[in-house]
Design a protein around this ligand. Structure first.
Ligand code: HEC
Length: 115
């Protein structure tokens, strides 16, 4: 009986791990494309699709290059605060975006392709 339980477990656990891995891949891809849309809708006008801030509005306001070391070296908490509360010409998004949306944007910023 115990041996049987163990052999069921041995068969079940790897299948479970493989299943979770396969399921979580499209989930993270979906989260990333959702973040891309939030970024596009709210941030691209100033920061540009590539995050560099190389847009007319971004250049006029001095939008930060999101790929730069000055931005990337900051902690997630620091970036979340700037996005939520704004700073200088950077608008506050606390009323517009959920905490979850802000967190997904930070993950998105971290994954912007390096120069
Ligand atoms: C109206 C233009 C504008 C929009 C829209 C905008 N930003 Fe900014 N952003 C700025 C400017 C200007 C700065 C530089 C602020 C400063 O340091 O004075 C900045 C800075 C930042 C920084 C860097 C802060 C730092 O500490 O160096 C981050 C991160 C950032 N923005 C993220 C975002 C995200 C995410 C969005 C979309 C939700 C967004 N911004 C939308 C103009 C904008």
């Amino acid at each position: 009986m115990r041996r049987q339980t163990r052999s069921i477990l041995l068969r079940f656990v790897p299948a479970f791990v493989i299943g979770i891995t396969i399921l979580s891949l499209p989930l993270s891809v979906r989260a990333q494309s959702r973040a891309r849309k939030i970024f596009k809708d709210n941030c691209v006008v100033c920061h540009g699709a590539d995050g560099t801030g190389n847009t007319p509005k971004g250049k006029a306001l001095g939008a930060a290059d999101l790929k730069s070391d000055e931005v990337q070296k900051q902690s997630d908490e620091e970036l979340a605060t700037v996005i939520a509360k704004g700073r200088g010409s950077m608008p506050a998004f606390a009323d517009k975006l959920s905490q979850e949306a802000v967190n997904s944007l930070i993950a998105y910023i971290r994954r912007l392709p390096k120069k």
